[in-house]
Write a protein that binds this ligand. Sequence first.
Ligand code: NAP
Ligand code: GDD
Length: 392
Amino acid sequence: MPGKRKTMGKIALITGVTGQDGAYLAEFLLKKGYIVHGIKRRSSLFNTERIDHMYQDPHTEKRNFILHYGDMTDSMNLTKIIHDVSPDEIYNLAAMSHVKVSFDTPEYTANADGLGTLRILEAVRLLDMIRKTKIYQASSSELYGLAQEVPQTEKTPFYPRSPYGVAKLYAYWITVNYREAYGLHASNGILFNHESPIRGETFVTRKITRAMAKIALGMQETLFIGNLSSRRDWGHAKDYIKAMYLILQQDKPDDYVIATGITAEVREFIRKTFSSAGMDLLFTGSKENEKGSIVNIDDSLFIEKAGKEYLANIKKRILSNPVMVRVDKGYFRPTEVDQLIGDATKAREKLGWVPEYDLDGLINEMVSSDLHLMKKENHIKNGGFKTLNYFE
Ligand code: NAP
Ligand code: GDD
């Protein structure tokens, strides 16, 4: 991995800088001495919570973290930013990234996620920056969809199963095409699911860790969930953004699978989440009637994680109704990706990339963070102040 001296003063442009990966990547590149430019969308509410700790006042001299308003659907805006910033590296992370929502907004998803990638590539070509600027494209394991092979590698055929997956398929191939047609240093990272304490609240892992924290503290009755049997290869976003960086440090552009190689069911993720705070869940029933009930509490683990003051309440709750998890068909998708598991051998051998987190480590970190967050909410509420309600 190149040292700080080699990366000092390099200019990176991150689209989607306000997202989970964008925030971690910006922090990582700033530590390496990069000047980081990020594109954020105009929004009627603040949308920079994940990057606020890095914010630098525009009046500060010699800023190394600079934000620009932009949108993946606006070619001229993207071209102007790329012209003005003149980046050494572009990390194209911006996307409508929610698979279920892409069924509701298929045209917009195609525009932002598919054509948006073309806009970046074409801007670099038209601005005559092919020799200067390297491009990372945030490709996805959703490309495999109805997986044709287990585990999935760079050679596994794609079979996307959602408007999101199909839009990302276009983005993948247009990146390959610009590399082959014009010699652009453009690479795809085919990243499997990666999560963290700052994961969007409506992705399944964060929905589960938030719900468990609220249930433990008596702030929520039930976790309503969709397909419990789908399997994902979940890693930690902090590990995965390092792979993005490594991909752009290679002499030659290429495509890489980034995954842990371990897959687990949504059901298992829920069970592990509850048990990491001392609550043992048992699933009974099938299909829409499946339920998850607490069958045992490890008092000392619960007290350590959630706090002594919440123990009596959860015990009382279990006596009256131990069912904490129920299925809601509303969360099912018209076409599902049943099982994903990646083989990151190429990334390990060529990039030297190895993830540091395993699933238990990831869950522990997310659980601690969400328990902390919900305790804060509880204190605010108990102090007589209004807390925000987020409906997930
Ligand atoms: P995320 O948290 O949803 O962040 C997406 C980012 O894109 C946000 O900054 C969002 O802005 C921005 N964005 C959305 N539409 C935009 C538009 N039209 N113009 C400009 N910006 C727009 O996603 P993530 O988890 O960090 O993922 C980063 C990228 O990797 C995405 O392309 C995603 O599809 C891909 N990916 C993610 C995973 C994963 O498991 N996390 C796996 C494989 C691939 P707002 O903050 O304003 O919404
Ligand atoms: N979101 C959500 N909410 N998913 C649920 C729920 C629920 O209540 N219940 C079950 N699931 C299942 C989904 O049906 C899916 O099979 C699995 O949990 C994971 O769903 P998400 O967490 O929404 O992620 P995803 O796998 O669809 O997509 C994520 O990973 C992709 C990489 O494979 C996103 O980050 C994509 O942007 C990314 O490309």
